[in-house]
Design a protein around this ligand. Structure first.
Ligand code: NAP
Length: 269
């Protein structure tokens, strides 16, 4: 079997939802695939379907990315398989529960998948891509990276992490031929909402189809975007937000506290 000239895309969370559509679309674009998720049956079904429809080489690897040994196996593949040219860090779980209705163990598991696994896989892929002189890392964040009050606080914060991480990854890697794209989906019709505890969101009028979401994200990738927000119609809104953030960034370091924080002399102890 000859390998694709586009190389291989490794997609996490590929058994269903956004990841499964990425797998389909990337195969149609000419990538071979490595599909990672826990549900082996679903992965194998998708593997057979994509192989039959596109003729691409697909390898399904069942792995729980919250399991250190399983995660290490995927990291090793990213480091050593020279055909891999793209990593789609998509696996993630969410919640709508408040801090009073969720527990710390569940939140730790969410952090482990949404942050730790994504980070370790990026740390495995980035040097390998730099050594190969090219590569693309797509990290799936969320609109709640910005709209932080909408869902569970740990979930939103985990997606803010992905957004911030991507800014600096771009700075570290852009001149070394490695592309970063951070995608911020808003509500998308997947099982995410069943897991998150708000299943009815899948049918809401404001919810995007999974196909539309992934096709828009890939259009953003084609246009060279660092940040892609498929549901945001006026991109000037994002440009203004970024300009404001960068303007503020330049003002955040000062040897002197702001006058509003200078205590009156008699209050100093
Ligand atoms: P989904 O349909 O529930 O898919 C989640 C995927 O992650 C599944 O393939 C699942 O497969 C995999 N996964 C879950 N736990 C895993 C683990 N421990 N190890 C390995 N794989 C695991 O949800 P989705 O909407 O497609 O979510 C994909 C990404 O989009 C997530 O990062 C999510 O935060 C983000 N997102 C979604 C929405 C939305 O409205 N749907 C909005 C913004 C951002 P297995 O169960 O087989 O492991």
């Amino acid at each position: 079997m000859t390998h694709s000239t586009k190389g291989t895309a490794l997609v996490t969370g590929a058994s269903t939802g956004i990841g499964a559509v990425y797998a389909d679309r990337l195969a149609r674009r000419g990538y071979d695939l490595i599909l990672v998720a826990r549900n082996e049956q679903r992965l194998n079904t998708l593997d057979r379907q994509i192989t039959a429809e596109t003729g691409r080489t697909v390898l399904a690897i069942p792995a729980d990315l919250n399991d250190k040994a399983a995660l290490a196996r995927i990291e090793a593949i990213l480091r050593t398989d020279r055909n891999i040219t793209m990593l789609v860090n998509n696996a993630g779980i969410g919640s709508v529960a408040s801090v009073l209705d969720s527990n710390a163990d569940e939140m730790e598991a969410m952090i482990s998948l949404n942050i730790t696994a994504l980070t370790r896989l990026t740390y495995a892929a980035a040097p390998a891509f730099v050594a190969r002189g090219a590569g693309t890392i797509v990290n799936i964040s969320s609109a709640v990276a910005i709209a932080a009050e909408k869902l569970n606080g740990v979930y939103s914060a985990s997606k803010s992490y992905v957004l911030s991480f991507g800014h600096r990854l771009h700075q570290d890697l852009a001149d070394k031929g490695v592309r970063i794209q951070t995608v911020l989906p808003a509500a998308t019709a997947t099982e995410f909402w069943d897991v998150a505890g708000y299943a009815s969101q899948k049918q809401a009028a404001s919810t995007m189809s999974t196909e539309d979401l992934v096709d828009a994200a890939l259009a953003g990738l084609d246009q060279g975007e660092l940040i892609t927000i498929p549901a945001l119609h006026d991109n000037d809104d994002w440009s203004r937000w970024e300009a404001g953030r960068l303007d503020l960034s330049a003002k955040l370091v000062n040897a002197k506290p702001a006058p509003r924080y200078v205590l009156p002399t008699q209050a100093r102890v």
